[in-house]
Design a protein around this ligand. Structure first.
Ligand code: GLN
Length: 548
């Protein structure tokens, strides 16, 4: 194999302008040219992983196959690249230092001083190298979180500089910058980008490509200006206008020849891009035959005046993928479950929706409201899909209102409930007592056996066993299983030893679609391969699939 190539993606001017989608899109383009590609995310936090961060602060915690709890950008990479990424592809400042300190304690530095420079960037580069080798990638794309000029990400920029210095022809730097159009001026201003380019220069790096994020495509005049002031070829300034769908982004970049420019910069042979399958997916999302509305009932929605849909990004994307496959536009309404606690009459609003989904979650806020919404879905035969907490609370609702199990609850909320139909997993107890919270849930991929003649098994295409990703501490209490089953609930998926209930559903005769999974199917849905359970849920929500 020729020398591996590296692309560092850094942010200029401000955060939140889509470096993750830029990284993912570059990956998709290069993959479509036939290169073997992988992507790495660097988060400058001290946290070892994203698992201990509050989703309302940091967005969704994305779980990898191997159980690592990461930033939501890893989800974008997997979705855009159609690749399964391992934990070595995610690092934080904390993770890097943890490894350095471990090595120091084990005398692996052989008595030398361990210094912030170069030992920290060297550990960063060692991890990049390990990820590249694991993926056997021809091109490795590394997104450095944060913005240039911040103190936090300087060691990572230093790693990029060291690698570029060693292999000048094998490293490209892409700066994602923001080009504002102030209302009162009505003109695109490039000055912030010029300053960002200089800050990048001050750490010894020069952008090869600048992605000009702006409300509209950037014109030739501004390309010229950025070219002169930021010291790059104006053709290497790529338009990155706001888009309706993130899936448009690779197609937009290609309009400006992104793939070939990268090949030029890195000395890769120019091959044609083939984004046909991607394009047809995007076209399908744009011209749907039907439209339906799904209520997403949860608690993490509001932060001040803003709706935080980032917390559920994988669920939202999984719905888009399944929607494209069904030729339907899925409109999601985020409904705060606490409202139903204060005013149960409000539950009636749920009748406007073709389906109800309860995503994963933790803690007590809004739980009784969620349970009331689940009951409403069951009694009114509205298709229901529960993910993790959404499955556990579906079981609680059924236990209380159908199986008539007194004081049924999840032990997460009521540890002394007489009938904790959801209880803590045995091996989790000790961890909780020791306050050992980080990275200790039941995480990552586990097998799930599917029972014959169930909605779940049919949805998956009649396979015996599936692999799905998990993130939970609680589970269905085996002591409650017989009572629940007698009352009509079916556990259609279990761990191979039958000890863990992985999928619960109501038989079709009782309800058009009432199904919950202990795992998170949303983590495995991809644009070109939507998740079968999301597809089955949507089919049930479509008016023809739902007996009225
Ligand atoms: N809080 C529940 C548990 O820990 C569900 C977790 C989730 O929804 N991811 O088991």
């Amino acid at each position: 194999m020729a020398a591996p190539k590296y692309i560092f993606v850094v942010g200029g001017v401000m955060s939140g302008i889509g470096k993750g989608v830029a990284t993912s899109s570059i990956g998709r383009i290069l993959k479509s040219k036939g290169f073997k590609v992988t992507a790495i995310k660097i988060d400058p936090y001290i946290n070892i992983d994203a698992g201990t961060m509050n989703p309302t602060v940091h967005g969704e915690v994305f779980v990898l196959d191997d159980g690592y709890e990461t930033d939501q950008d890893m989800g974008n990479y997997e979705r855009f690249l159609s690749e399964t990424l391992p934990s070595i592809n995610y690092m934080t400042t904390g993770r890097v230092y943890q490894e350095i300190i471990r090595k120091e304690r084990n005398l692996e530095y052989k008595g030398n001083n361990v210094e912030v420079v170069p030992d920290v960037p060297l550990e960063v580069l060692r991890r990049i190298d390990e990820a590249q080798k694991a993926a056997q990638s021809e091109v490795t794309i590394i997104e450095i979180g944060g913005t240039i000029g911040e103190y936090q990400n300087i060691i990572f920029l230093e790693a990029a500089r060291m690698l570029k210095n060693k292999n000048p022809r094998d490293v490209a730097v892409v700066m994602v910058s923001y080009v504002p159009i102030p209302h009162n001026i009505g003109e695109m201003k490039t000055k912030p980008t010029q300053y960002a380019a200089r800050s990048l220069n001050s750490v010894g790096l020069q952008a090869d490509i600048i992605l000009a994020r702006a409300a509209v495509p950037i014109d030739a005049k501004r390309k010229e200006k950025i070219g002169i002031f930021c010291n790059i070829n104006p053709d290497h300034v790529i338009s990155a206008p706001d888009v309706d769908s993130i899936y448009d982004v690779p197609l937009n970049y290609e309009k400006d020849g992104m793939g070939d420019i990268l090949c030029d910069v890195l000395g890769l042979d120019k091959r044609p891009s083939n984004l046909k399958d991607w394009e047809s997916f995007v076209t399908k999302t744009k011209n749907p035959q039907k439209e339906i509305s799904i209520a997403v009932v949860g608690k993490y929605f509001m932060s001040g005046d803003y709706v935080l849909s980032d917390v559920y990004i994988s669920v939202i994307e999984a719905m888009k993928h399944a929607g494209a496959a069904q030729d339907v536009k899925v409109k999601l309404a985020y409904l705060d479950s606490e409202v139903y606690e204060k005013d149960p009459a409000k539950l009636e609003e749920l009748k406007q929706y073709q389906g109800i989904l309860v995503p994963g979650g933790f803690g007590s806020r809004g739980v009784e409201g969620i349970i009331a919404a689940i009951r409403f879905a069951r009694e009114n035969k509205i298709p229901y899909f529960g993910l993790c907490y959404g499955m556990q609370l579906m079981v609680v609702e059924y236990a209380r209102n159908v199986a008539k199990i007194p004081d049924a609850h999840t032990a997460e909320i009521k540890p002394d409930a007489r009938n904790p139909v959801i209880h803590i997993m045995e091996h989790q107890k000790e961890k909780m007592e020791k306050a050992d919270f980080g990275g200790t849930m039941r995480l990552g991929t586990y097998p799930c056996k599917l029972r014959h003649d169930t909605i779940a098994r049919e949805a998956y295409g009649d396979v015996e066993e599936v692999q799905e990703r998990h993130r939970h501490r609680y589970e269905v209490n085996l002591n409650a299983v017989i009572k629940l089953t007698e009352a009509g609930l079916k556990f259609s998926g279990t761990s191979p030893d039958h000890n863990l209930m992985e999928i619960a559903e109501l038989p079709r005769e009782a309800h058009p679609f009432m199904l919950g999974t202990q795992f998170h199917p949303e983590f495995l849905s991809r644009p070109l391969t939507p998740h079968p359970l999301f597809v089955a849920f949507l089919k049930a929500c479509l008016p023809a699939g739902r007996p009225l």
